[in-house]
Every structure is written in structure tokens, then in C-alpha cells.
Write a protein that binds this ligand. Structure first.
Ligand code: FES
Length: 258
């Protein structure tokens, strides 16, 4: 009978790996912490520098203003995309490793007693099953993000565009690809089918499933590019609205909104 391989030492972080396995969880921890802090500060800021001219920060899209709501309008929106990200299959694998280190990487020992590991079978981790429902809210927000991006080409009664319009279009595209490459979208399109070739509709779904599966292969890429870009878009609009920079555009320099 094969004997277990000795790691030379036991316990937390024991491994035979010789590569820099710790780089990825470290980058994930730094990236997600930075994004979380920035979004929290930006979303709860009680100012109006989230919009300037035809540009509205994607953290506030669609802008919901009610008399009864006395806090930042971003809070009414952000629960959906943040819930979508936090329950994402890719991010779960990444931030479990980065923040809980249990294990911190493949073939690296975590700290828990393996016999007590329950995965996501107990509350609060069962909440992760809500991902498919967050998906529908995310898809709805994708529509509003595209509407906001298209509206950014119309300002002061004239059609035109600025650097902000391009940034908003790229933002809507990246977030759309992040949503469409979701594992739940794959399942929604191709799941619960026993035969991909038996009927015309099954063959059609198979074709869509193949396309979504190709996007899904790069889900991590879409996850990070969309995350970084949505933060950058908010920063850009705030810098323009604060008068720190001017948006190059075909209408002339945008006025500063304070
Ligand atoms: S699996 Fe990542 S968004 Fe659905």
C-alpha cells in the first residue's frame, strides 16, 4: 500500500510546491481589500461628484433618488453587484484562499482539522446559493449601464463624445462580459438537457452554450478587468466633477459640478 508523502514538516502552509504559490492569493487579498475600501468610501460619500455633464458613475447607475431615502443613492444599487461578486464561483475560490487560507493554495496545507471541514453546506455559506438570483439583478443592471453609456454621447442638446463616453462604454462591455461568462449563465442555457442534438431547440441551446463556455474560460479575466475598470470609471468621473482634470470631448470642457 502506498505510503503518504512526507512534507518534511507538518502544519499550516506545509507544501512540496517550489513555485511562488503565495503571489496569487496575496494579489487577490490586496486587490479585493483595496476595491472594497474604495467602493465603500465612494458609495457612502454624501456628495454629488458622482456625476458630471452626461457622465454618471456606474456605482450610482441607475440613479435612484427618493424623498424618503436620506443616504447615498449608491447604497440602493450596490447590494446587487456586490452580492453577485461575493457569491461568484471564481471569487469564492479566490477569496477563500486569500482571506481564510484554508487552504491558501492547491497542495498547501491550511489550518483546519480536515474532519471538521463542511465546505458550503452550513449557514452562512449556504447563502452562496443565491448567486443565480443575483445574476438576474446583475443582468438588469447591465441594461442600465449600457443606457448610461449611450446617454453619455448626448450633452447640451448635441450629439458628441468625450473620453468619459469611451470609458463608460468599455465599462458596460466589461461588466456585460463578466455577467455573460458566469457559470450560472452556462447552466441556465445548457443545463437540465440530457441530449444536445435531439431537437432543434436543444441544438440551438448547445450552440449558445458553446459560445458562453468559451467566454466562461476567461471568467477570471473578465472578473478582474471589470472590477478594476468600474473603480477607474468612478475615479475618472469624480476627478472631472471635482475639477481636478478636464474631460477631452467634442462639446468643449464640461462644467464642474460641486
Ligand atoms: S460565476 Fe462568477 S459571476 Fe457567476
Amino acid at each position: 500500500m502506498a505510503q503518504p508523502v512526507s512534507l518534511g514538516r507538518e502544519g499550516f502552509l506545509a507544501t512540496l510546491r517550489r513555485d511562488r504559490w503565495w503571489v496569487e492569493p496575496l494579489l487577490v487579498a490586496v486587490g479585493l481589500t483595496a476595491f472594497g475600501v474604495y467602493v465603500t468610501v465612494s458609495a457612502v460619500a454624501m456628495d454629488t461628484r458622482f456625476e458630471v455633464g452626461p457622465y454618471l458613475s456606474p456605482l450610482y447607475e441607475p440613479l435612484l433618488v427618493f424623498n424618503w431615502w436620506h443616504f447615498s443613492p449608491a447604497i440602493l444599487i450596490l447590494w446587487a453587484p456586490l452580492g453577485f461578486r461575493m457569491t461568484c464561483y471564481y471569487y469564492r475560490g479566490a477569496y477563500y484562499k486569500a482571506f481564510f487560507a484554508n487552504p491558501p493554495a492547491c497542495a498547501v496545507t491550511g489550518y483546519a482539522n480536515p474532519g471538521k471541514f463542511r465546505g458550503e453546506t452550513k449557514f452562512p455559506w449556504t447563502v452562496m446559493n443565491l448567486h443565480r438570483f443575483f445574476l438576474f439583478f446583475a443582468l438588469i443592471l447591465n441594461v442600465f449601464l449600457w443606457i448610461g453609456a449611450v446617454k453619455s454621447f448626448w450633452y447640451d442638446g448635441r450629439l458628441g463624445f468625450g473620453l468619459g463616453s469611451i470609458i463608460l462604454v468599455v465599462n458596460a462591455f466589461l461588466l456585460m462580459m463578466y455577467s455573460f461568462s458566469c457559470h450560472s449563465v452556462r447552466h441556465f442555457i445548457g443545463g437540465r438537457l440530457d441530449c444536445f442534438t435531439c431537437t432543434k431547440s436543444a441544438r440551438m441551446r448547445h450552440g449558445w452554450w458553446q459560445t458562453v463556455s468559451r467566454w466562461n474560460e476567461n471568467h477570471r479575466l473578465w472578473a478582474w478587468t471589470s472590477l478594476i475598470w468600474v473603480g477607474w470609471t468612478d475615479i475618472y468621473i469624480r476627478l472631472c466633477a471635482s475639477g481636478v482634470i478636464s474631460d477631452p470631448n467634442t462639446w468643449g470642457v464640461l462644467e464642474v459640478i460641486h
